[in-house]
Design a protein around this ligand. Sequence first.
Ligand code: PFF
Length: 444
Amino acid sequence: MTENRSQWGTKVGFILAAAGSAIGLGNIWRFPYTAGENGGAAFVLVYLICVLLIGIPVLIAELTLGRYTQRNPVGAIKTISPTGLWKILGYLGVISGIMILSYYSVVAGWTIGYIFKTAFHQTSDFGTFIANPINEVFYFVIFLTLTMLVVISGVKGGIEKWSKILMPLLFLILLGLIFYSLTLPGAKAGIKFYLQPDFSKITGRTILAGLGQAFFSLSLGMGAMITYGSYLSRTTNLVSSATLVALSDTLIAVMAGLVIFPALFAVGMEPTQGAGLVFNVLPKIFEQMPAGTIVGIFFFILLAIAALTSSISLLEVGVAWAVDELKFTRKNATLLLTGITFFLGIPSALSQGASKFFTEISLFDRIGFLDIADFIFGSFALTFGGMLLSIFIGWKWGANKAIEEIKFGLFKESTTLLNIWNFLIRFVCPVIIFFVLLNIFKIF
Ligand code: PFF
């Protein structure tokens, strides 16, 4: 191990950090509103299939490449293919990470703002709150600074320590909220919308949204899991770790929907309202429920922390690249990339009403800078990156070579399971993603 290459402290620590990367705003903010916009239960079904057939195999593939090469995404790809164009895929990951971080931190800033809004019983609505440029930039900077501080303190002391205690708490509070939400009058209509699929609602757009959401939620397609895998030793079981991470991520997303949709229908709001969904609905629940202020404050704190354990992985990809490849110190790499992210995030922060231009700009059917950035980087780039990564790992490196690496750390070698992975990563993942991506261009 070189001086700059750290390792996870324990296996549990790694799993919690990887789950911490996966579980974040994607589960609690993005999943419910995307489901709401794409037909509810029909979307949930598509999403689950995407996680199973594509998400888990790509997650295993990324962790495997990372552990084998012990490098950031750019370095990992260069280790396998020193010449040629493949390394662009690594740079695409670094860029996507920074671009996603730029708007992710804006949304995470909203959750910090909502901690105070709940505590001080400010009744202004969400639209007014996010249209205020001072609020927007202030909370955005606070969140980005927290991300920077954790990343500077490194893998074991920063990322791992944070993830360990706080993820389980988030699970418990969601569980409590589900019970409350389900008892609200009118909750049934929400459950029906969320769990009873209307298959006629499945279109190319639903499938793209489901696939994009699977990549976003599992932190795939940009090398975050390559990077996390690179801090592993060969004693970790990659298949069971990946499965556990994917299951816990999916569980939290499904649970968030069980909180939101019953409550949404109980208060008579629209499921198709977009990015404000969670911030509009949840405060309504907290207002009504016993001890709602305390629960609300606690909830937004945990959500901000879940966002933090994800945002650090977005930044870590670029930092690991600058440390490994450009020989930066961890601190300088983090400072520089955070500074760049700050500038890139300003348009997103102002895109919620503060600046007319950034609010009204429209591209690919999306309106507002934040939404456009989320579509290009959070959906398209991750899905496209995921397709290229599955081709790179399945064909260029070779699924059989990857399997030799996967075998280290397995409890028991199951040839059938490994063959299934081999088939999924070489054929199913690239082909399905390719067709879904083709569909986008038709939609446009
Ligand atoms: N998976 C995170 C979430 O669901 O909030 C977001 C994310 C983190 C996406 C890291 C991509 C990534 F590489």
